[in-house]
Design a protein around this ligand. Structure first.
Ligand code: COA
Length: 166
């Protein structure tokens, strides 16, 4: 039995086997296979991979991290009211996925916690107001809501969580 309690989460490297990754959402599989390496090389995104010590090349899950600025009018009015009239700096988890074999064992939750921890770590040096995620569908939206994320707007599935909550 493979355990996911001692997950290793590290930057994408050539030791990770990308072709076999399957999470149930084709666009997320394809991103890892075809785009992730390029994005890292061009400094468009950072990609973090979860593996286990027993199977260090098998990708149990991944997420991407980059920055974005949120226009004030995209934030809920009660949040925007307390902020200066400028775009607000944020960190974006653009994609997050767990392989079908590894789903339901807490890997998604650990990836999300890792992304928040890394962001908090750098936010002492580069100001970041909130964590933002783009949920791929309604189920994914529920996944993030249970960790305290709330919707940015009704038009898309973008959610946010102010870092001051930590
Ligand atoms: C959604 C996804 C990331 C969840 O990862 P996971 O490792 O299976 O989830 P975890 O085991 O960490 O579950 C953490 C919590 O989320 C809940 N959860 C898991 N999948 C969920 C889903 N699809 N919708 C709502 N809640 C979900 C679990 O019940 C668990 O709650 P608990 O701690 O109270 O028991 C994963 O199923 C996945 O990759 N799905 C396909 C791609 C996708 O939808 N990505 C979404 C981001 S764009």
């Amino acid at each position: 039995m493979t355990g996911y309690h001692n997950l290793v989460i590290e930057p994408l490297s050539s030791t990770h086997s990308r072709p076999n990754f399957q999470c149930g959402v084709e666009s997320l599989d394809n991103y890892l296979k075809k785009q992730a390496k390029q994005d890292v090389k061009r400094r468009i995104s950072r990609v973090f991979i979860a593996t286990t010590p027993e199977s260090p090349s098998t990708v149990a899950g991944y997420y991407t991290l980059s920055t974005l600025s949120i226009e004030l009018n995209q934030l809920p009015a009660e949040v925007a009211r307390k902020l200066p009239r400028h775009p607000i700096p944020a960190a974006l988890i653009g994609r997050l996925a767990v392989s079908e074999q590894a789903q339901g064992f807490g890997v998604g939750k650990m990836l999300l916690m890792d992304a928040i921890k890394r962001t908090l770590g750098i936010s002492d040096e580069i100001a970041i107001y909130a964590m933002v995620v783009d949920a791929i569908d309604e189920r994914a939206e529920h996944f993030y809501q249970q960790f305290g994320f709330s919707s940015l707007s009704s038009e898309n599935r973008r959610l946010f969580l102010p870092l001051k909550s930590f």
